[in-house]
Structures are given as C-alpha cells and as structure tokens.
Design a protein around this ligand. Structure first.
Ligand code: NZQ
Ligand code: ZN
Length: 387
C-alpha cells in the first residue's frame, strides 16, 4: 500500500559533457559575492578550479575562497566556513567537489546566521533552520552521495566521536547542480568504487523494508541493475563515458528523495558505517561495504521474502531450493561483485580495532524502518563480525 506523500524537488540539474557552460547563466541569478568551496586540491590539479574562477570573474563576481574542506567535513571546519560566509555577507555558496564539499556548503548555508550552536541545533536536536539560509549551487566531481540533489548534510564531530547527518528541507537543497560525468574521470579508482557502493547501498537502504507491492521497489531494482552493469564497465575502463554517465545519473536518483516515497526506509547500514567513520575517518563508501554483509545476513530471516526477491530480480539467481537458500545466494552474488570491484570488506582494514567496538556501538543510531530493530548486543555482534 503506497503511503501518502508530497513530492517536491527544487534542484535544477545540468547534465552531460560541457554542462559547466550553464554556470554563468545560473550565477547571474545571485548577488555579487560568491563563496567558492572546494576540497583538498583535486580541482586545482585537474584545471577545473581555473575554469570556474574564470567564469566567476567574467560574471563580475567577488570570490571568497573557502578551499581545503576535508573528506568527512568536521564541525570545527564548519565554524570557519560559517564565519567566512557571514563576515563577507556572501550571496551564494558554490560547492565544487564531491559529497563532502556539497554537504559542508549546505551546513554553512544554515549555520552562518544561526544564533544557536549549529551542531546542537541541527545534529543533536535535529531542529530545522529558523535563520536566513544562503543559497547553494554545486559542480559535482564525484558520484556517490546524491548530495547534488538532496538536503543531506553529514558532519563529523571529532571531539565527541560522532558523525551525524541531517536531511534538511527543500530550502537547503542545491538551487542548481552541474553534472558533467567527465569531471569524475580524474577520481582515483578507490574513490570511484567507494562511490559506486555508496550509490548501491542508498538503494538497498530504501529497498529492504516493507512487504507491500510498491512501485518504488521496482524502480530500485532497475537502478541497482544499472549500477552493477555500469560499475563493471567503469572498472574495466574508467574513461568509458557511457558507464561514468550512467553511474552519475544513478547516484542522483538513488538519493534525491524519489526512492523513499510511499514506504518506510532502513538506513541502518549507514548508521553503522557513520559510527565506524567517526572512529576511523575512513572513506564513506568503504565503511558501508565493510559492515553490509554481516548486517544483511543478520536481518535476512526477518525480511526473507524481500531478500529472495533481491536474489531473483537483481542478481538473477535461479529459483531453486528453499527461500532461504535462494536469498543467501543473492547475498553471495553481491559479495562476489563487491570483491570484483575491490571494496574493503572488513572494518579492521579501515583502522577499526577490537577495543573500539563498544564506542562504535554507542555511536550507532538505531533505525526503526527496516525489517528488524537492532538491540545493542546485536550491533556489537555485527561489528565484531565486520572486523
Ligand atoms: O578533496 P579533494 O582534493 O577534492 O579530493 C577528494 C576527496 O579526497 C577526491 N575527489 C573528489 N572528486 C575528485 C577527487 N579526486 C580526483 N578527481 C575528482 N574528480 O575524492 C575524495 C573523497 O571526496 P568526498 O567528497 O569526501 O567523497 P563523497 O562524495 O563520497 O562524500 C562523502 C561525504 O558525504 C557524506 C559522507 O558521510 C561523507 O561525509 N554523505 C552525504 C550524503 C548526503 N548528502 O545525502 C549521504 C551519504 O550517505 C553520505 O553519508
Ligand atoms: Zn551513503
């Protein structure tokens, strides 16, 4: 039974080769001062930084530099960016990079004029912004998070060892995003495959819930098949435009508020992965890959029919044997694919140690929308199996 919902996604997308040509037209819609937000230097190496600066200057903009945003952006860094935005009264936050840069821009947009402590307000109490929100635009250089077309903003508080995401409303979503698949060609293979698994897992998180006949699940199966197929091509040839463009488009649709419509969603793999990330600062997609199989094998009995459907419809497992045997074969096929991509399958390979398990378990938020609500003992068991 499809539940009631409102669907509204305000982000305008420009997709394809040379999509950057649209940037000037978008920039003209905003005031003079633009905070240019980027990561640790990949855009300077690739030449994208100079291209963007040239467009900004040609449009008569004053540029406030905000480079060096780290992967898994921190609360400490957010305070610096928010002050910069307020002190310069910036009119637009232009994020050029992956999910970290884009998430950080959204956090800055709601923090610059926030009278309260943004960490406490948004990431502990999960309140919505009541202050002025600065518009965000995005030029994406890495496919994975879907941050280019959603309100998600994940921030790490290193002091408290917590990594928490707030999904903001449509006022905070990027006003526009520029998606040129060729801008992702320079990604190291490890980042490319981490992004691919992030996409796949976003779909899983919204698929493994409910037992109704729901259009969303059919959309999810199609997207999962597209990601599996394109991932194999991109692994063989990272400059395969067809594959990289399919990955980029699938990433956007995997987490742009479409797949959660009319059904509950799980997100427990992300909660486990984020807690691992808070302790290790590891690459997001890898943290998900490392906890997924122990988690899914643990909850399989509670969602047996969906895991069987996943095996049959996504992995093409033969319908022979008991439901459980078929379902387990689906997870084995997924494991083979994950190994083929070269994903990290253990949290110890990401820097987690046995003495961290209790702390990671404490940092793991328990979700209620999937097939089973985990107890703390079950979280510890899954984390130990992930070591
Ligand atoms: O910092 P630079 O030098 O740019 O290098 C980055 C970074 O080291 C590099 N990179 C990006 N594009 C590149 C490139 N290197 C060469 N060529 C390019 N074209 O890749 C590294 C990783 O970038 P990052 O932005 O951290 O990766 P990703 O896009 O996976 O973002 C991860 C963050 O997003 C959050 C994660 O938790 C994590 O903090 N998420 C956001 C979500 C959302 N907004 O809805 C949902 C996700 O589940 C996720 O939690
Ligand atoms: Zn993710």
């Amino acid at each position: 039974m499809l539940g009631n919902f409102t669907y509204h996604n305000p982000t305008k997308l420009y997709f394809g080769t040379n999509a950057l040509e649209a940037l000037g037209e978008e920039l003209m819609k905003y005031g003079k001062t633009v905070q240019l937000i980027y990561g640790g230097g990949s855009i300077k190496k690739s030449g994208l930084y100079s291209e963007i600066l040239e467009i900004l200057l040609a449009c008569g903009k004053e540029v406030v530099e905000d480079g060096g945003v780290m992967p898994n952006p921190t609360y400490e860094r957010l305070k610096v960016g928010a002050k910069l935005a307020k002190d310069n009264a910036v009119d637009l936050l232009l994020a050029v990079g992956g999910g970290s840069v884009c998430d950080y821009a959204k956090a800055v947009s709601v923090s610059a004029y926030c009278d309260d402590d943004p960490w406490e307000k948004y990431y502990v109490r999960f309140e919505e912004p009541t202050c002025k929100i600065i518009p965000v635009g995005c030029v994406l250089t890495m496919s994975g998070t879907g941050s280019e077309m959603n309100g998600g903003s994940v921030i790490t508080n290193r002091e408290e060892k917590l990594k928490i995401g707030h999904v903001f409303g449509s006022d905070v979503m990027p006003k526009f995003s520029i998606l040129d698949p060729e801008l992702t060609y320079t990604l190291p293979e490890r980042q490319m495959v981490a992004g691919i698994y992030d996409i796949f897992n976003h779909i899983c998180e919204q698929y493994f819930s409910g037992d109704d006949d729901n259009v969303t699940d059919y959309l999810a199966e199609g997207l999962m098949k597209a990601v599996i197929s394109a991932s194999r091509e991109a692994k063989k040839d990272p400059r395969n435009y067809e594959a990289r463009s399919n990955i980029m488009w699938a990433a956007t649709w995997a987490l742009n508020t479409l797949l959660n419509k009319g059904k509950t969603t799980d997100w427990e793999v992300h909660m486990l992965g984020q807690a691992v990330g808070a302790y290790t600062d590891a690459t997001h997609g890898m943290t998900l890959a490392a906890v997924s199989l122990p988690y899914y094998r643990h909850i399989l009995p509670y969602g047996l029919q969906k895991f069987k459907r996943f095996a049959l419809n996504v992995w093409g497992v033969e319908p022979k044997g008991t439901d459980e045997e078929i379902a387990l074969k689906g997870l084995s096929a997924m494991e083979d694919w994950m190994k083929e991509l070269g994903l990290t399958l253990n949290i110890s390979d990401l820097g987690a140690t046995p003495d961290m398990i209790e702390g990671i378990a404490d940092a793991t938020r328990v979700q209620e929308g999937g097939y089973h609500i985990l107890t703390r003992d079950e979280i510890v068991k899954i984390l130990r199996e992930s070591l």
